[in-house]
Structure formats: structure tokens, C-alpha cells
Write a protein that binds this ligand. Structure first.
Ligand code: FES
Length: 56
């Protein structure tokens, strides 16, 4: 599923970034540029980020 239409970023790409160490929206912004244009995806991207993080 596409999370960020402006940049063509999928949920899977966000999950891959988290698996490689991204832990904040800033990390996702730096790596994928999620939310760098219209910003409408930020809320959904944040939800994908938190659901991808392993709690321990
Ligand atoms: Fe992500 Fe527009 S949908 S910046």
C-alpha cells in the first residue's frame, strides 16, 4: 500500500527502513523523504513506523 503518494513510498519501504535502524519520523524523512511535499502522509507514516517497531 502506498503511504506517501508524492514520493511513491510504500508501507513495505517504511518497514524495511525500520528493520535497518530507522526509529523516528526524522529518520524516515532523511532516508525516504516521506512527508517532504504535501505532508498528508505523515500521520499514516507515523502509524506504520510505530506498528513496525519491536517493543522489548
Ligand atoms: Fe507524502 Fe504528499 S503524500 S508528502
Amino acid at each position: 500500500m502506498y503511504v506517501c503518494i508524492c514520493k511513491g513510498i510504500t508501507e513495505q519501504q517504511i518497514r524495511s527502513s525500520v528493520a535497518q535502524g530507522a526509529s523516528t519520523m526524522r529518520d524516515l524523512y532523511r532516508q525516504l523523504e516521506v512527508g517532504s511535499q504535501c505532508g498528508k502522509c505523515v500521520c499514516t507514516a507515523r502509524q506504520v513506523l510505530s506498528s513496525s517497531q519491536i517493543e522489548c
